[in-house]
Each structure stands twice: as structure tokens, then as C-alpha cells.
Design a binder for this molecule. Structure first.
Ligand SMILES: C[S@@+](CC[C@H](N)C(=O)[O-])C[C@H]1O[C@@H](n2cnc3c(N)ncnc32)[C@H](O)[C@@H]1O
Length: 224
């Protein structure tokens, strides 16, 4: 992985000021949740509902990859007394530091492995994980198709890939947000929900499902 990327991943890797702002918004249940609702046109609770559902379904001893983990927004959804091997990975060392802080705050630091990783080149062997979570992600990656392929590669047969993306076909209302994100350098190329579906299918996922929630398209599939 290069430290000098000049694309959207490089912007996150260098901890652009938006990263700290985003972390505050996504992690705060009051004002942050309100700002999320205004910006995304849906509730952040939708993300947590899906994370809780998927995490609860992983058998004891199962392995989970949360990539990009950002500031650890999903950690609060870990089931109590879970017996999971949970890897929180992100390209940004600063975001991983925030994740470690959140894990300490929640008292789950001993259960969470944090790791610098680039979604385009994961170090994991094929078929490592029972669940891969990739929330609010694909629109931030320079090559979202390659990301889907890599995330599916590390999934076991029968494993689940679940996430969300800010898609340009969500409606005209959200196009200014895309333009601003591109101008700041924190967004990658435009992602369309039809593309997400075809990438998931091409990556070997079945029972693919997409649901729109305001600006976000939630997606899920099972590795054949
Ligand atoms: C909008 S945040 C989403 C974080 C979290 N999943 C959430 O839902 O709040 C996007 C994250 O993608 C990470 N990221 C960007 N490019 C990446 C890459 N190539 N590999 C891994 N993480 C990356 C950023 O550092 C950032 O934490």
C-alpha cells in the first residue's frame, strides 16, 4: 500500500478534516444523528439495525471484517458476550485510532483487532470471514468494483457481505453532496446502484438485495 496515494483513499489516509467531522456525525446519537438524517435523508439507525442483525447471526467463533471501520461506528452493535474474531480495518491510521478509542469507551477493546488495510489489496487469504461489513463505503473508494471483488474474495462460502453506498441515482437532491465530496477529494467516482448489483453478482454473491434509504443504497449478498 502506498502512503502517497493521490486519490480519494489518499485523502482519507492523510486524515482530511472531513474525516474528523464525519466521525463526530456518525458517532453521536443526538446532534450527529440529526445531521445524518438531514444529509443522508435516512436514519443512521438503519445502519445499526443491519449491523446488529448480521452480527447476531454469525456463529460463535466466527470471523468478522469491518472495512472500512471509520471511527468504529459498528462496535456498539457487537452482541454482549459475543465470541467473534472481529477485525476492524481502514486505510486511515487516524480513523483506526478513533476506533480504538470507541472500543475502549464501549469496553470491547480486548475483542477488537484493528488493522491498517487497503480494500484493493487485502492481506487475508481467500475465504477467511463469515461476515464482511462495509458501510458507507463504496463511494469513498477510487475503484469500487475492485473493492467489491476483494471483499467477496475473503468471504467464506455461505458468508455475508453487507454494506451501503452513497449512489448518484439516489436523486437530484443529493447531487450537490456528490459534487462537494468530489471537490474535497473524499469521494471516488460516481457509483450507481445498478452497478453495485452487477459487481456483487460478478463477485460470486447470490441472494443479492439492494434497498434505498434516502441517499444511501444498502446492499447485501451471500457468497455462493
Ligand atoms: C465515510 S467513512 C465510513 C466509515 C464507516 N464504515 C461508517 O459507516 O461510518 C469511509 C471510510 O473509508 C476509508 N477508506 C477510504 N479508502 C479506503 C481504502 N482504499 N481501503 C480501506 N479504507 C478506506 C476511510 O478512511 C474512511 O474511514
Amino acid at each position: 500500500m502506498s502512503d502517497g496515494r493521490r486519490d480519494s483513499s489518499g485523502t482519507w489516509q492523510r486524515d482530511h478534516p472531513w474525516a474528523a467531522v464525519y466521525d463526530r456525525i456518525s458517532g453521536d446519537p443526538h446532534l450527529g444523528a440529526l445531521l445524518w438524517r438531514v444529509g443522508m435523508g435516512s436514519s443512521v439507525e438503519e445502519l445499526h439495525r443491519r449491523a446488529r442483525r448480521e452480527l447476531a447471526a454469525v456463529p460463535a467463533g466466527g470471523t468478522v471484517l469491518d472495512l472500512p471501520c471509520g471511527g468504529g461506528v459498528v462496535l456498539r452493535d457487537l452482541p454482549v458476550d459475543h465470541a467473534l474474531h472481529y477485525v476492524a480495518a481502514d486505510i486511515s491510521p487516524a480513523m483506526l485510532e478513533r476506533t480504538r478509542g470507541e472500543a475502549e469507551r464501549l469496553g470491547v477493546a480486548a475483542d477488537v483487532e484493528t488493522r491498517v488495510a487497503d480494500v484493493e489489496q487485502l492481506a487475508d487469504a481467500d475465504e477467511t470471514y463469515d461476515l464482511v461489513l462495509t458501510f458507507t463505503s463504496l463511494h469513498c473508494f477510487p475503484d469500487p468494483e475492485a473493492a467489491v471483488h476483494e471483499l467477496a474474495r475473503v468471504l467464506r462460502s455461505g458468508g455475508r457481505l453487507v454494506g451501503s453506498a452513497f449512489c448518484v441515482d439516489a436523486g437530484l437532491l443529493y447531487l450537490p453532496g456528490h459534487r462537494i465530496g468530489r471537490a474535497l477529494g473524499v469521494l471516488g467516482p460516481p457509483v450507481r446502484s445498478t452497478e453495485v448489483r452487477s459487481w456483487l453478482v460478478a463477485a460470486g454473491l447470490v441472494d443479492v438485495r439492494l434497498d434505498r434509504a434516502g441517499a444511501l443504497t444498502y446492499f447485501e449478498g451471500t457468497r455462493a
